[in-house]
Design a protein. Structure first.
Lengths: 264, 282
Protein backbone atom coordinates (compact mmCIF):
# COMPACT_ATOMS: atom_id res chain seq x y z
CA UNK A 1 0.00 0.00 0.00
CA UNK A 2 2.80 2.35 0.94
CA UNK A 3 4.61 1.66 -2.32
CA UNK A 4 1.44 2.31 -4.32
CA UNK A 5 1.29 5.69 -2.69
CA UNK A 6 4.97 6.31 -3.43
CA UNK A 7 4.42 5.38 -7.08
CA UNK A 8 1.48 7.77 -7.33
CA UNK A 9 3.53 10.55 -5.80
CA UNK A 10 6.30 9.87 -8.31
CA UNK A 11 4.02 10.25 -11.32
CA UNK A 12 2.13 13.21 -9.92
CA UNK A 13 4.72 15.92 -10.80
CA UNK A 14 4.69 14.92 -14.47
CA UNK A 15 0.91 14.68 -14.49
CA UNK A 16 0.58 18.08 -12.83
CA UNK A 17 3.06 19.71 -15.19
CA UNK A 18 1.33 18.28 -18.25
CA UNK A 19 -2.08 19.32 -16.96
CA UNK A 20 -1.01 22.82 -16.08
CA UNK A 21 0.96 23.44 -19.29
CA UNK A 22 -1.93 22.16 -21.38
CA UNK A 23 -4.49 24.25 -19.52
CA UNK A 24 -2.49 27.46 -19.73
CA UNK A 25 -0.82 26.95 -23.08
CA UNK A 26 -3.46 25.37 -25.28
CA UNK A 27 -5.64 28.48 -25.78
CA UNK A 28 -2.74 30.42 -27.30
CA UNK A 29 -1.73 27.61 -29.63
CA UNK A 30 -2.93 29.08 -32.91
CA UNK A 31 -1.34 28.44 -36.33
CA UNK A 32 -0.12 32.02 -36.12
CA UNK A 33 1.85 31.17 -32.97
CA UNK A 34 3.89 28.60 -34.88
CA UNK A 35 4.42 30.66 -38.02
CA UNK A 36 5.01 34.25 -36.88
CA UNK A 37 7.81 36.21 -35.29
CA UNK A 38 7.39 37.87 -31.89
CA UNK A 39 5.54 41.17 -32.09
CA UNK A 40 7.08 44.36 -30.71
CA UNK A 41 6.20 45.31 -27.14
CA UNK A 42 2.66 46.65 -26.92
CA UNK A 43 1.27 44.77 -29.89
CA UNK A 44 -0.80 41.69 -29.23
CA UNK A 45 -0.17 38.32 -30.94
CA UNK A 46 3.06 37.16 -32.54
CA UNK A 47 4.65 33.71 -32.46
CA UNK A 48 7.72 31.63 -31.85
CA UNK A 49 8.70 30.56 -35.36
CA UNK A 50 12.24 31.91 -34.97
CA UNK A 51 12.62 30.25 -31.56
CA UNK A 52 11.53 26.86 -32.92
CA UNK A 53 13.99 27.10 -35.78
CA UNK A 54 16.75 28.40 -33.48
CA UNK A 55 16.27 25.58 -30.99
CA UNK A 56 16.31 23.04 -33.82
CA UNK A 57 19.49 24.52 -35.29
CA UNK A 58 21.38 24.68 -32.01
CA UNK A 59 20.32 21.20 -30.95
CA UNK A 60 21.47 20.01 -34.36
CA UNK A 61 24.87 21.68 -33.93
CA UNK A 62 25.12 20.24 -30.42
CA UNK A 63 24.30 16.73 -31.65
CA UNK A 64 26.67 16.97 -34.60
CA UNK A 65 29.50 17.95 -32.26
CA UNK A 66 28.69 15.60 -29.38
CA UNK A 67 27.89 12.38 -31.26
CA UNK A 68 31.25 11.67 -32.95
CA UNK A 69 33.28 12.47 -29.84
CA UNK A 70 30.79 10.95 -27.41
CA UNK A 71 30.27 7.70 -29.30
CA UNK A 72 34.01 7.45 -30.00
CA UNK A 73 34.91 7.93 -26.35
CA UNK A 74 32.20 5.48 -25.28
CA UNK A 75 33.56 2.86 -27.68
CA UNK A 76 37.05 3.47 -26.35
CA UNK A 77 35.86 2.98 -22.77
CA UNK A 78 34.04 -0.24 -23.63
CA UNK A 79 36.84 -1.74 -25.72
CA UNK A 80 40.06 -0.45 -24.15
CA UNK A 81 38.88 1.34 -21.04
CA UNK A 82 40.66 -0.85 -18.50
CA UNK A 83 43.74 1.32 -18.12
CA UNK A 84 44.46 4.64 -16.46
CA UNK A 85 43.28 6.68 -19.43
CA UNK A 86 39.95 4.85 -19.29
CA UNK A 87 39.49 5.72 -15.64
CA UNK A 88 40.38 9.33 -16.37
CA UNK A 89 37.87 9.59 -19.23
CA UNK A 90 35.15 7.89 -17.21
CA UNK A 91 35.67 10.11 -14.18
CA UNK A 92 35.76 13.20 -16.36
CA UNK A 93 32.48 12.26 -18.00
CA UNK A 94 30.86 11.63 -14.63
CA UNK A 95 32.08 14.91 -13.19
CA UNK A 96 31.01 16.75 -16.34
CA UNK A 97 27.50 15.37 -16.06
CA UNK A 98 27.33 16.82 -12.58
CA UNK A 99 28.50 20.30 -13.57
CA UNK A 100 25.61 22.79 -13.32
CA UNK A 101 24.43 23.80 -16.75
CA UNK A 102 24.94 27.48 -16.04
CA UNK A 103 28.62 26.79 -15.46
CA UNK A 104 28.76 25.07 -18.83
CA UNK A 105 27.19 28.21 -20.27
CA UNK A 106 29.97 30.28 -18.70
CA UNK A 107 32.56 27.92 -20.16
CA UNK A 108 31.06 28.20 -23.65
CA UNK A 109 30.99 31.96 -23.18
CA UNK A 110 34.71 31.91 -22.51
CA UNK A 111 35.47 29.41 -25.25
CA UNK A 112 33.38 30.81 -28.11
CA UNK A 113 31.68 34.10 -27.31
CA UNK A 114 34.78 35.94 -26.07
CA UNK A 115 37.05 34.95 -29.00
CA UNK A 116 34.29 35.64 -31.55
CA UNK A 117 33.44 38.94 -29.94
CA UNK A 118 29.69 38.36 -29.96
CA UNK A 119 26.85 36.09 -28.92
CA UNK A 120 26.01 33.45 -31.50
CA UNK A 121 23.99 30.36 -32.31
CA UNK A 122 27.26 28.52 -32.73
CA UNK A 123 28.20 29.27 -29.12
CA UNK A 124 24.79 27.98 -28.04
CA UNK A 125 25.33 24.78 -30.02
CA UNK A 126 28.75 24.28 -28.43
CA UNK A 127 27.25 24.73 -24.97
CA UNK A 128 24.52 22.19 -25.73
CA UNK A 129 27.07 19.72 -27.07
CA UNK A 130 28.93 19.86 -23.74
CA UNK A 131 25.63 19.20 -21.97
CA UNK A 132 25.01 16.15 -24.19
CA UNK A 133 28.50 14.72 -24.12
CA UNK A 134 28.63 12.85 -20.77
CA UNK A 135 25.28 11.14 -21.32
CA UNK A 136 26.35 9.94 -24.76
CA UNK A 137 29.76 8.73 -23.55
CA UNK A 138 28.53 6.69 -20.62
CA UNK A 139 25.44 5.28 -22.37
CA UNK A 140 27.49 4.24 -25.39
CA UNK A 141 29.96 2.49 -23.12
CA UNK A 142 27.17 0.64 -21.38
CA UNK A 143 25.35 -0.53 -24.48
CA UNK A 144 28.54 -1.52 -26.30
CA UNK A 145 29.44 -3.69 -23.33
CA UNK A 146 26.08 -5.41 -23.70
CA UNK A 147 26.85 -6.60 -27.24
CA UNK A 148 27.20 -10.37 -26.84
CA UNK A 149 30.74 -11.70 -26.71
CA UNK A 150 29.72 -14.39 -29.19
CA UNK A 151 29.33 -11.77 -31.95
CA UNK A 152 32.86 -10.52 -31.39
CA UNK A 153 34.24 -14.05 -31.24
CA UNK A 154 32.49 -14.99 -34.47
CA UNK A 155 33.91 -11.96 -36.28
CA UNK A 156 37.42 -12.40 -34.88
CA UNK A 157 37.41 -16.09 -35.77
CA UNK A 158 36.62 -15.17 -39.36
CA UNK A 159 39.80 -13.13 -39.45
CA UNK A 160 38.36 -9.69 -38.86
CA UNK A 161 40.80 -7.09 -37.53
CA UNK A 162 39.60 -5.47 -34.35
CA UNK A 163 38.51 -2.20 -35.94
CA UNK A 164 36.31 -4.06 -38.41
CA UNK A 165 34.75 -6.07 -35.63
CA UNK A 166 33.81 -2.77 -34.00
CA UNK A 167 32.70 -1.13 -37.21
CA UNK A 168 30.69 -3.96 -38.70
CA UNK A 169 29.46 -6.00 -35.76
CA UNK A 170 29.66 -4.15 -32.45
CA UNK A 171 28.44 -0.74 -33.59
CA UNK A 172 25.51 -1.99 -35.70
CA UNK A 173 24.41 -4.25 -32.86
CA UNK A 174 24.61 -1.37 -30.40
CA UNK A 175 23.25 1.27 -32.79
CA UNK A 176 19.58 1.26 -31.72
CA UNK A 177 20.56 1.68 -28.09
CA UNK A 178 23.10 4.38 -28.96
CA UNK A 179 20.44 6.25 -30.92
CA UNK A 180 18.12 6.06 -27.94
CA UNK A 181 20.86 7.46 -25.71
CA UNK A 182 21.59 10.30 -28.14
CA UNK A 183 17.89 11.02 -28.27
CA UNK A 184 17.67 11.26 -24.49
CA UNK A 185 20.61 13.63 -24.41
CA UNK A 186 19.10 15.65 -27.25
CA UNK A 187 15.74 15.95 -25.51
CA UNK A 188 17.44 17.18 -22.38
CA UNK A 189 19.57 19.66 -24.28
CA UNK A 190 16.57 21.03 -26.17
CA UNK A 191 15.08 22.23 -22.92
CA UNK A 192 18.24 23.76 -21.44
CA UNK A 193 17.99 27.47 -20.76
CA UNK A 194 21.00 28.39 -18.68
CA UNK A 195 23.70 27.44 -21.22
CA UNK A 196 21.98 29.54 -23.88
CA UNK A 197 21.40 32.71 -21.85
CA UNK A 198 24.85 34.17 -22.48
CA UNK A 199 25.90 32.17 -25.52
CA UNK A 200 23.05 32.35 -28.03
CA UNK A 201 21.46 35.20 -26.04
CA UNK A 202 18.12 35.10 -27.87
CA UNK A 203 16.66 37.18 -30.65
CA UNK A 204 13.33 38.66 -31.62
CA UNK A 205 14.04 38.37 -35.34
CA UNK A 206 14.77 35.69 -37.88
CA UNK A 207 18.22 34.53 -36.89
CA UNK A 208 19.57 31.86 -39.17
CA UNK A 209 23.19 33.07 -39.25
CA UNK A 210 25.22 30.88 -36.92
CA UNK A 211 27.53 33.74 -35.97
CA UNK A 212 24.68 35.95 -34.75
CA UNK A 213 22.50 35.83 -31.64
CA UNK A 214 19.86 33.17 -32.08
CA UNK A 215 16.39 32.67 -30.62
CA UNK A 216 15.45 29.53 -28.77
CA UNK A 217 12.32 28.25 -27.07
CA UNK A 218 13.74 27.97 -23.54
CA UNK A 219 15.13 31.50 -23.59
CA UNK A 220 11.87 32.76 -25.10
CA UNK A 221 9.96 31.11 -22.24
CA UNK A 222 12.39 32.59 -19.74
CA UNK A 223 12.02 36.11 -21.13
CA UNK A 224 8.27 35.99 -21.60
CA UNK A 225 7.47 34.33 -18.28
CA UNK A 226 9.09 37.09 -16.23
CA UNK A 227 7.79 39.94 -18.38
CA UNK A 228 5.21 42.21 -16.73
CA UNK A 229 2.59 41.67 -19.46
CA UNK A 230 -0.23 39.11 -19.13
CA UNK A 231 -0.21 38.52 -22.88
CA UNK A 232 3.51 37.61 -22.78
CA UNK A 233 3.00 35.30 -19.79
CA UNK A 234 0.28 33.43 -21.70
CA UNK A 235 2.62 33.13 -24.69
CA UNK A 236 5.30 31.71 -22.40
CA UNK A 237 2.89 28.93 -21.45
CA UNK A 238 2.12 28.24 -25.09
CA UNK A 239 5.83 28.18 -25.91
CA UNK A 240 6.37 25.69 -23.07
CA UNK A 241 3.70 23.50 -24.58
CA UNK A 242 5.37 23.74 -27.99
CA UNK A 243 8.71 22.73 -26.47
CA UNK A 244 7.13 19.74 -24.73
CA UNK A 245 5.43 18.67 -27.93
CA UNK A 246 8.59 19.00 -29.99
CA UNK A 247 10.64 16.89 -27.56
CA UNK A 248 7.92 14.23 -27.52
CA UNK A 249 7.64 14.30 -31.29
CA UNK A 250 11.39 13.91 -31.86
CA UNK A 251 11.53 11.04 -29.41
CA UNK A 252 8.60 9.26 -31.07
CA UNK A 253 10.03 9.79 -34.56
CA UNK A 254 13.44 8.45 -33.68
CA UNK A 255 12.07 5.41 -31.93
CA UNK A 256 10.03 4.70 -35.01
CA UNK A 257 13.03 4.95 -37.35
CA UNK A 258 15.22 2.82 -35.10
CA UNK A 259 12.76 -0.04 -35.41
CA UNK A 260 12.93 0.24 -39.16
CA UNK A 261 16.70 0.15 -39.52
CA UNK A 262 17.35 -2.30 -42.37
CA UNK A 263 19.26 -5.36 -41.31
CA UNK A 264 21.22 -5.92 -44.46
CA UNK B 1 53.59 -7.49 -40.62
CA UNK B 2 55.60 -10.17 -42.34
CA UNK B 3 53.66 -13.38 -42.67
CA UNK B 4 55.66 -16.26 -41.34
CA UNK B 5 53.16 -19.06 -41.05
CA UNK B 6 52.48 -19.61 -44.70
CA UNK B 7 54.55 -22.37 -46.29
CA UNK B 8 52.04 -23.79 -48.74
CA UNK B 9 52.15 -22.54 -52.32
CA UNK B 10 48.46 -21.73 -52.01
CA UNK B 11 47.95 -18.00 -52.59
CA UNK B 12 46.85 -16.30 -49.40
CA UNK B 13 43.62 -14.33 -49.42
CA UNK B 14 45.18 -11.16 -48.07
CA UNK B 15 47.66 -10.96 -50.91
CA UNK B 16 45.59 -12.08 -53.85
CA UNK B 17 41.94 -12.22 -52.92
CA UNK B 18 40.38 -12.07 -56.36
CA UNK B 19 42.67 -14.35 -58.30
CA UNK B 20 42.65 -16.85 -55.49
CA UNK B 21 38.90 -17.02 -55.28
CA UNK B 22 38.16 -19.25 -58.23
CA UNK B 23 40.91 -21.79 -57.83
CA UNK B 24 41.44 -22.10 -54.11
CA UNK B 25 39.32 -25.22 -53.81
CA UNK B 26 41.78 -26.96 -56.09
CA UNK B 27 44.41 -26.54 -53.40
CA UNK B 28 47.35 -26.11 -55.75
CA UNK B 29 50.31 -28.08 -54.58
CA UNK B 30 48.08 -30.15 -52.34
CA UNK B 31 47.50 -29.58 -48.65
CA UNK B 32 50.31 -30.33 -46.22
CA UNK B 33 50.12 -33.77 -44.66
CA UNK B 34 49.94 -32.36 -41.14
CA UNK B 35 47.97 -29.10 -41.24
CA UNK B 36 47.87 -28.79 -37.45
CA UNK B 37 50.17 -30.01 -34.71
CA UNK B 38 51.29 -29.20 -31.20
CA UNK B 39 54.73 -29.78 -29.68
CA UNK B 40 55.15 -29.96 -25.89
CA UNK B 41 52.39 -27.43 -25.63
CA UNK B 42 51.59 -26.03 -22.19
CA UNK B 43 48.92 -23.46 -21.43
CA UNK B 44 48.22 -21.65 -18.15
CA UNK B 45 45.23 -19.58 -17.10
CA UNK B 46 47.04 -17.51 -14.50
CA UNK B 47 48.31 -20.24 -12.18
CA UNK B 48 45.98 -22.96 -13.48
CA UNK B 49 47.89 -25.41 -15.63
CA UNK B 50 45.21 -26.15 -18.24
CA UNK B 51 47.21 -28.00 -20.91
CA UNK B 52 50.19 -30.16 -20.01
CA UNK B 53 52.82 -30.93 -22.57
CA UNK B 54 50.41 -31.83 -25.36
CA UNK B 55 52.06 -33.19 -28.49
CA UNK B 56 50.03 -34.47 -31.40
CA UNK B 57 49.48 -34.24 -35.15
CA UNK B 58 46.21 -33.68 -36.94
CA UNK B 59 45.95 -35.22 -40.39
CA UNK B 60 44.64 -33.58 -43.52
CA UNK B 61 41.20 -34.17 -45.04
CA UNK B 62 39.91 -36.16 -42.12
CA UNK B 63 37.88 -35.62 -38.97
CA UNK B 64 39.70 -35.63 -35.68
CA UNK B 65 37.59 -35.74 -32.53
CA UNK B 66 38.83 -34.50 -29.17
CA UNK B 67 36.89 -36.06 -26.31
CA UNK B 68 37.13 -35.89 -22.55
CA UNK B 69 35.17 -34.79 -19.49
CA UNK B 70 34.28 -31.14 -18.82
CA UNK B 71 37.28 -29.06 -17.90
CA UNK B 72 39.81 -31.47 -19.38
CA UNK B 73 41.16 -28.73 -21.68
CA UNK B 74 39.75 -29.90 -24.99
CA UNK B 75 38.16 -26.57 -25.90
CA UNK B 76 41.26 -24.73 -24.73
CA UNK B 77 43.36 -26.90 -27.01
CA UNK B 78 41.03 -26.29 -29.92
CA UNK B 79 41.09 -22.53 -29.36
CA UNK B 80 44.88 -22.58 -29.36
CA UNK B 81 45.00 -23.42 -33.05
CA UNK B 82 43.46 -20.08 -34.09
CA UNK B 83 44.71 -18.26 -31.00
CA UNK B 84 41.28 -17.39 -29.71
CA UNK B 85 42.79 -17.79 -26.26
CA UNK B 86 44.54 -14.48 -26.90
CA UNK B 87 41.29 -12.83 -25.87
CA UNK B 88 41.89 -13.95 -22.30
CA UNK B 89 44.50 -11.72 -20.71
CA UNK B 90 45.82 -14.22 -18.15
CA UNK B 91 46.78 -16.91 -20.67
CA UNK B 92 50.44 -17.92 -20.97
CA UNK B 93 51.81 -20.64 -23.22
CA UNK B 94 54.94 -22.74 -23.71
CA UNK B 95 55.93 -25.03 -26.54
CA UNK B 96 54.58 -24.86 -30.06
CA UNK B 97 51.31 -24.86 -31.92
CA UNK B 98 52.00 -25.47 -35.58
CA UNK B 99 49.85 -24.64 -38.56
CA UNK B 100 51.18 -26.04 -41.80
CA UNK B 101 54.44 -26.82 -40.08
CA UNK B 102 55.14 -23.36 -38.66
CA UNK B 103 54.84 -22.30 -35.06
CA UNK B 104 52.05 -19.72 -34.77
CA UNK B 105 52.55 -18.69 -31.16
CA UNK B 106 55.27 -16.14 -31.87
CA UNK B 107 54.78 -12.41 -31.79
CA UNK B 108 55.49 -12.25 -35.50
CA UNK B 109 52.43 -14.30 -36.41
CA UNK B 110 49.68 -12.34 -38.12
CA UNK B 111 46.72 -13.52 -36.03
CA UNK B 112 44.15 -12.05 -38.41
CA UNK B 113 45.67 -14.03 -41.26
CA UNK B 114 45.90 -17.16 -39.10
CA UNK B 115 42.21 -16.98 -38.28
CA UNK B 116 41.32 -16.69 -41.95
CA UNK B 117 43.14 -19.93 -42.61
CA UNK B 118 41.86 -21.73 -39.53
CA UNK B 119 38.09 -21.33 -39.33
CA UNK B 120 35.98 -21.92 -36.26
CA UNK B 121 32.43 -22.96 -35.46
CA UNK B 122 31.23 -22.36 -31.91
CA UNK B 123 29.16 -24.34 -29.47
CA UNK B 124 26.24 -21.93 -29.58
CA UNK B 125 25.27 -20.81 -33.06
CA UNK B 126 26.31 -17.18 -33.19
CA UNK B 127 25.07 -15.63 -36.44
CA UNK B 128 25.36 -11.86 -36.61
CA UNK B 129 22.08 -9.96 -36.21
CA UNK B 130 22.14 -9.29 -39.94
CA UNK B 131 20.54 -10.91 -42.96
CA UNK B 132 21.36 -14.47 -43.98
CA UNK B 133 23.22 -13.12 -46.99
CA UNK B 134 25.18 -10.57 -44.96
CA UNK B 135 26.30 -13.28 -42.55
CA UNK B 136 27.94 -15.34 -45.28
CA UNK B 137 29.13 -12.23 -47.08
CA UNK B 138 30.90 -10.98 -43.95
CA UNK B 139 34.06 -12.98 -44.48
CA UNK B 140 34.11 -12.25 -48.20
CA UNK B 141 34.04 -8.54 -47.49
CA UNK B 142 36.98 -9.04 -45.16
CA UNK B 143 38.82 -10.55 -48.11
CA UNK B 144 38.00 -7.45 -50.10
CA UNK B 145 35.58 -9.13 -52.50
CA UNK B 146 33.14 -6.59 -53.90
CA UNK B 147 32.18 -7.92 -57.32
CA UNK B 148 28.45 -8.59 -57.04
CA UNK B 149 28.29 -11.68 -59.25
CA UNK B 150 31.28 -13.29 -57.65
CA UNK B 151 30.09 -12.55 -54.13
CA UNK B 152 26.65 -13.97 -54.86
CA UNK B 153 28.22 -17.05 -56.40
CA UNK B 154 30.40 -17.70 -53.38
CA UNK B 155 27.59 -17.08 -50.93
CA UNK B 156 25.47 -19.62 -52.80
CA UNK B 157 28.34 -22.09 -52.95
CA UNK B 158 28.98 -21.81 -49.21
CA UNK B 159 25.31 -22.21 -48.38
CA UNK B 160 25.11 -25.26 -50.65
CA UNK B 161 28.19 -26.78 -49.01
CA UNK B 162 26.56 -26.23 -45.65
CA UNK B 163 23.37 -27.92 -46.91
CA UNK B 164 21.35 -24.82 -46.20
CA UNK B 165 20.80 -23.33 -49.66
CA UNK B 166 17.45 -24.97 -50.44
CA UNK B 167 15.99 -23.84 -47.15
CA UNK B 168 17.03 -20.19 -47.37
CA UNK B 169 17.46 -19.33 -51.06
CA UNK B 170 14.15 -17.44 -51.15
CA UNK B 171 14.79 -15.38 -48.03
CA UNK B 172 18.44 -14.41 -48.12
CA UNK B 173 17.60 -10.89 -47.03
CA UNK B 174 15.74 -12.02 -43.91
CA UNK B 175 17.35 -11.83 -40.51
CA UNK B 176 19.51 -14.82 -39.64
CA UNK B 177 18.01 -14.75 -36.17
CA UNK B 178 14.70 -16.00 -37.59
CA UNK B 179 16.25 -19.35 -38.51
CA UNK B 180 15.95 -22.40 -36.26
CA UNK B 181 18.87 -23.36 -34.03
CA UNK B 182 20.09 -26.05 -36.40
CA UNK B 183 19.79 -23.76 -39.40
CA UNK B 184 21.67 -21.04 -37.54
CA UNK B 185 24.50 -23.45 -36.83
CA UNK B 186 24.66 -24.50 -40.49
CA UNK B 187 24.67 -20.81 -41.40
CA UNK B 188 27.68 -20.35 -39.13
CA UNK B 189 29.36 -23.24 -40.92
CA UNK B 190 28.55 -21.63 -44.28
CA UNK B 191 29.96 -18.33 -43.04
CA UNK B 192 33.14 -20.15 -42.12
CA UNK B 193 33.30 -22.07 -45.44
CA UNK B 194 32.83 -18.93 -47.52
CA UNK B 195 36.38 -17.75 -46.81
CA UNK B 196 37.71 -21.22 -47.69
CA UNK B 197 39.84 -21.96 -44.66
CA UNK B 198 42.34 -24.80 -44.67
CA UNK B 199 41.10 -26.21 -41.41
CA UNK B 200 37.78 -25.98 -39.58
CA UNK B 201 37.68 -26.14 -35.79
CA UNK B 202 34.34 -27.07 -34.27
CA UNK B 203 33.70 -26.60 -30.58
CA UNK B 204 30.83 -28.94 -29.66
CA UNK B 205 28.94 -27.81 -32.75
CA UNK B 206 25.82 -29.85 -32.05
CA UNK B 207 25.60 -29.85 -28.27
CA UNK B 208 22.86 -27.22 -28.19
CA UNK B 209 20.77 -28.88 -30.93
CA UNK B 210 18.01 -31.48 -31.00
CA UNK B 211 18.73 -34.99 -32.40
CA UNK B 212 17.44 -34.27 -35.92
CA UNK B 213 19.50 -31.09 -36.24
CA UNK B 214 22.49 -32.91 -34.75
CA UNK B 215 22.20 -35.63 -37.39
CA UNK B 216 22.25 -33.02 -40.15
CA UNK B 217 25.37 -31.38 -38.72
CA UNK B 218 27.06 -34.79 -38.50
CA UNK B 219 26.18 -35.60 -42.11
CA UNK B 220 27.57 -32.25 -43.07
CA UNK B 221 30.84 -32.90 -41.27
CA UNK B 222 31.26 -36.23 -43.05
CA UNK B 223 30.57 -34.49 -46.32
CA UNK B 224 33.02 -31.66 -45.68
CA UNK B 225 35.96 -33.83 -44.68
CA UNK B 226 36.55 -34.69 -48.31
CA UNK B 227 37.83 -31.16 -48.84
CA UNK B 228 38.55 -29.85 -45.37
CA UNK B 229 40.54 -30.89 -42.36
CA UNK B 230 38.12 -30.84 -39.44
CA UNK B 231 38.77 -30.94 -35.71
CA UNK B 232 35.70 -31.49 -33.53
CA UNK B 233 35.57 -31.13 -29.77
CA UNK B 234 32.71 -33.13 -28.35
CA UNK B 235 31.63 -34.57 -25.03
CA UNK B 236 29.42 -37.00 -26.88
CA UNK B 237 31.37 -40.23 -27.40
CA UNK B 238 28.83 -41.76 -29.77
CA UNK B 239 29.19 -38.70 -31.90
CA UNK B 240 32.97 -39.02 -31.93
CA UNK B 241 32.61 -42.68 -32.91
CA UNK B 242 30.17 -41.84 -35.71
CA UNK B 243 31.99 -38.99 -37.40
CA UNK B 244 35.70 -39.08 -36.67
CA UNK B 245 38.63 -40.87 -38.25
CA UNK B 246 40.90 -40.30 -35.28
CA UNK B 247 40.08 -39.59 -31.68
CA UNK B 248 42.11 -37.88 -29.00
CA UNK B 249 41.18 -38.49 -25.38
CA UNK B 250 42.11 -35.80 -22.88
CA UNK B 251 41.97 -35.75 -19.13
CA UNK B 252 43.09 -33.01 -16.71
CA UNK B 253 44.98 -31.15 -19.43
CA UNK B 254 46.88 -34.17 -20.68
CA UNK B 255 46.52 -36.02 -23.94
CA UNK B 256 45.99 -39.56 -22.67
CA UNK B 257 45.54 -41.42 -25.92
CA UNK B 258 45.32 -40.60 -29.61
CA UNK B 259 44.52 -43.22 -32.18
CA UNK B 260 42.28 -44.20 -35.04
CA UNK B 261 38.72 -43.98 -33.84
CA UNK B 262 37.81 -47.56 -34.66
CA UNK B 263 40.76 -48.88 -32.67
CA UNK B 264 40.31 -46.48 -29.79
CA UNK B 265 36.69 -47.40 -29.19
CA UNK B 266 37.26 -51.16 -29.48
CA UNK B 267 40.66 -51.74 -27.94
CA UNK B 268 42.01 -48.68 -26.12
CA UNK B 269 45.57 -49.01 -24.93
CA UNK B 270 45.19 -46.93 -21.80
CA UNK B 271 43.18 -47.97 -18.78
CA UNK B 272 41.93 -44.37 -18.33
CA UNK B 273 40.59 -44.27 -21.88
CA UNK B 274 38.81 -47.55 -21.40
CA UNK B 275 37.26 -46.35 -18.14
CA UNK B 276 36.05 -43.16 -19.80
CA UNK B 277 34.58 -44.65 -22.94
CA UNK B 278 32.86 -47.42 -21.02
CA UNK B 279 31.26 -44.76 -18.87
CA UNK B 280 33.03 -45.41 -15.59
CA UNK B 281 33.57 -41.68 -15.06
CA UNK B 282 33.12 -38.35 -16.79
Amino acid sequence: MACHLAALIVISPLALILWHVLKQGLPGLTPEFFLHLPKPVGELGGGVANAIVGTALMVLIGTALAVPFGVGAGLFLAEHGQGRLGTLVRTTADVLSGVPSIVIGVAAYGLVVVPMGRFSGLAGGVALSIIMLPTIVRSTEEVVRLVPRSYREAALALGAPRWRVIQEVVLPAAAPAVVTAVLLALARAAGETAPLLFTALGSRFWSLALDRPMASLPVYIFDYARAPYDDWNRQAWSAALVLLMLVTLVSALMRFTVRRVPRR
Amino acid sequence: MELRVNVTPKPTPAKAPTQAAGERSDKPGGPPEIPLATRDFDLFYGTLHALKSVTFDIYADSVTAIIGPSGCGKSTLLRSFNRMNDLIASVRTQGEVQVAGRNVLGRDTDVVELRRRVGMVFQRANPFPKSIFANVDFGLRLLGLRDRTEVEGRVEQALRQAALWDEVKDRLDRSALQLSGGQQQRLCIARCLAVEPEVILMDEPASALDPAATARIEELILDLKRTYTIVVVTHNMQQAARISDRTAFMLSGKLIEYDETARMFTSPKEKLTEDYITGRFG
